[in-house]
Ligand binder design. Structure first.
Ligand code: DQA
Length: 151
């Protein structure tokens, strides 16, 4: 079975490290990618790591993942709260979906409390900083191992 995982990042996350560091921290997205790649190697996962400010690109990567991947770890950023289209795309994906937010969205403005993506996600991680991505990868690896053991 494929051990490919897509790690997808939504709008403004290209500015991670520079953008509101009191909320999102000082690590850049390149740091996150480096840490994800190191952990993926340890867990025997392959990863494709992407960021876009455009909703359709995220949707296209989810469609691509449908064909090849076992899991998606996604921080949809502001699209979390607005995008039925990303929810619909994720609903076409059969593998594991983990939703990640760097900040604790529930401690923040009311409009961040609702997530369309959570209607599909198998797990949601919020408020663990950029470590959330690593926890998400570990969860996908565990789910894959569980599936393998029960096969
Ligand atoms: C975020 C939280 C969202 O509400 C926000 O729009 C983001 C980042 C997070 O990682 O904490 O851009 O997804």
């Amino acid at each position: 079975m494929s051990r490919l995982v897509y790690v997808l990042n939504g709008p403004n996350l290209n500015l991670l490290g520079k953008r509101q560091p009191h909320i999102y921290g000082h690590e850049t997205l390149a740091d996150v990618e480096r840490d994800c790649r190191a952990l993926a190697e340890e867990l025997g996962l392959q990863i494709r790591f992407h960021q876009s400010n455009r909703e359709y690109e995220l949707i296209d990567w989810i469609h691509e993942a449908r064909e090849t991947a076992a899991g998606i770890v996604i921080n949809p950023a502001a699209f979390t709260h607005t995008s039925v289209a990303i929810l619909d795309a994720l609903n076409t994906f059969e593998g594991s979906v983990i939703e990640v937010h760097i900040s604790n969205v529930h401690k923040r403005e009311e409009f961040r409390h609702h997530s369309f993506v959570s209607k599909r996600a198998d797990g949601v991680i919020a408020g663990f900083g950029t470590q959330g991505y690593l926890l998400g990868l570990r969860r996908v690896a565990n789910l894959l191992d569980e599936k393998k053991d029960s096969a």
